[in-house]
Write a protein that binds this ligand. Structure first.
Ligand code: ZN
Length: 190
């Protein structure tokens, strides 16, 4: 596994619509390993392939990682529980409701603001072996995180969905980011 550099906002790859994964081969497994290595090293709960410079529809998530690190009483060592998930070619097939909560993004260091998301989603995706799977998420970190990462695959970023634009602009400015560009036009995918 190799830790990769995180692509920061301003790099055009973050605004590109990514391509579908067709081959479920060794190079895909290597990409996913690198994504996990990079996500954990940066203490993120999710990462999309464009964030390490690969314009493909691949994302990794582990929403338990930050909350499940603790010091073992006996050994006095840090213990970590992993709950890693890989979603290839994910598509939101059902969505309803609305939630607003604070989000950050590894491509925007030190920027946090309220973002609007669906409250409940059903997602269709493929696993590392190309098998089709589905998942439901509602009103939790997983639900928001998957929406954030799928947006990355469409060239959309959390700066496109603030609940309070003034709050977002202030945060961006304080973190050294200037004005933000628009997402690419919508593309239909199956
Ligand atoms: Zn992000």
């Amino acid at each position: 596994m190799t830790k990769q550099d995180i692509v920061k906002y301003g790099d055009p790859i973050l605004r590109k619509f990514t391509s579908r994964v067709i081959k479920f081969d060794k190079s895909l497994r290597k990409l996913v390993e690198d994504m996990f290595e990079t996500m954990y090293a940066n203490e993120g709960v999710g990462l999309a392939a464009p964030q390490i410079g690969v314009s493909k529809r691949v994302l990794v998530v582990d929403v338990d990682y930050p909350s499940k690190r603790y010091i073992d009483e006996q050994t006095k060592k840090e213990v970590t529980t992993y709950n890693s998930m890989v979603l290839i070619n994910p598509v939101i097939i059902q969505k309803e409701g609305q939630i607003i909560s604070k989000e950050g993004c590894l491509s925007f260091p030190n920027v946090y603001f309220d973002v609007i998301r669906f409250k409940k989603i059903a997602v269709k995706y493929q696993d590392l072996f190309g098998k089709e799977r589905r998942l439901l998420a509602e009103d939790d970190l997983l639900c928001r995180c998957i929406q954030h990462e799928i947006d990355h695959l469409d060239g959309k970023l959390f700066v496109d969905k603030p609940s309070d634009e003034a709050e977002m602009k202030k945060n961006l400015q304080e973190a050294g980011f200037g004005s933000v560009s628009s997402p690419p036009p919508a593309v239909l995918i199956g």
